[in-house]
Design a protein around this ligand. Structure first.
Ligand SMILES: [Zn+2]
Length: 271
């Protein structure tokens, strides 16, 4: 797994501090250093900065997918710059990209925060997921290869193992990735990107609205979906996917009267 930065709540009261977990696997490759100021050096610097942007985007997205980064967390530019040893310009590029993906909110004069999806947005995300992913399951059932079925079964084995050993970030990642793996199997890059984007947003929604859909429950539903795909039963695959997503959504506390997170996290005595 790629190394990543995480925010841990420290000292309570909604204060988060940035930590670096794991060793990054994407280490810069040693290259012969050209003469200082040469065009190739400049190009290499640009390329390496571009890579850093991607690395920051990937790390923050991974932390969100594994539900380690809570909605509303402030993303301090300088802290991120220090963790990744890059300039604040690079961090800003990464935050801009995450904001386009709706995972981060940029507030003028206040900075960047992990997005806090509204109830309406949560409903819309799940509505689109039901439409897209049930159609995707239906289509996949008619074209899936034996190798792909084997690949899905291997994925289910990993899910089961992560659930059994109560590996929370691992199982959260695998359970989310299941949906992206299915999307990729159709060989449609637009679909795969769309589903990956909806998945990251779903993870923020699950954290924000306290999902009570258990990992065991999701895992069992994934098993049923793969069984239908293996039987090439398009109708069942589509129905099971729709039911699975409806069940995940039903287990969210999408009550409009629920207190809002920002109000809960606001330090007392400051208005
Ligand atoms: Zn699922």
């Amino acid at each position: 797994m790629v190394g990543h930065a995480v925010w841990r709540e420290t000292g309570g009261g909604g204060m988060y501090t940035l930590f670096w977990l794991d060793t990054p696997t994407m280490t810069a490759r040693a290259a012969p250093s050209p003469a200082p100021g040469s065009p190739s050096q400049a190009l290499r610097a640009v390329a390496s900065e571009g890579g850093s942007t991607g690395r920051i985007v990937a790390s923050i997205t991974t932390a969100i997918i594994e539900r380690r980064l809570a909605p509303g967390t402030k993303l301090v530019e300088q802290q991120i710059a220090d963790v990744f040893s890059v300039s604040r310009t690079v961090v800003r590029q990464a935050l801009n990209q995450l904001s386009r993906d709706r995972l981060v909110t940029l507030e003028p004069a206040r900075g960047a925060f992990v997005a806090t999806p509204s109830v309406e947005e949560a409903r819309q995300v799940f509505e689109v997921r039901r439409m897209v992913e049930s159609a995707m399951a239906r289509q996949l059932a008619s074209v899936i290869t034996t190798e792909q079925v084997a690949q899905l079964k291997a994925h289910l084995r990993e899910e089961r193992a992560a659930v059994a050993r109560s590996d929370v970030p691992g199982r959260t990642h695998l359970l989310a990735d299941f949906h992206v793996v299915l999307a990729r199997m159709l060989g449609n890059e637009v679909l795969a990107e769309l589903v990956a984007d909806l998945l990251s947003r779903s993870q923020l929604i699950a954290l924000m609205y306290q999902s009570s859909h258990s990992a065991e429950h999701s895992q069992a539903e994934h098993e049923d979906i793969v069984a239908a795909l293996e039987r090439r039963d398009a109708r069942a695959a589509a129905r099971l996917m729709e039911q699975h997503l409806a069940s995940v959504e039903r287990n969210l506390r999408l009550d409009p009267r629920a207190p809002d997170l920002a109000a809960i996290l606001k330090p007392r005595g400051k208005g």
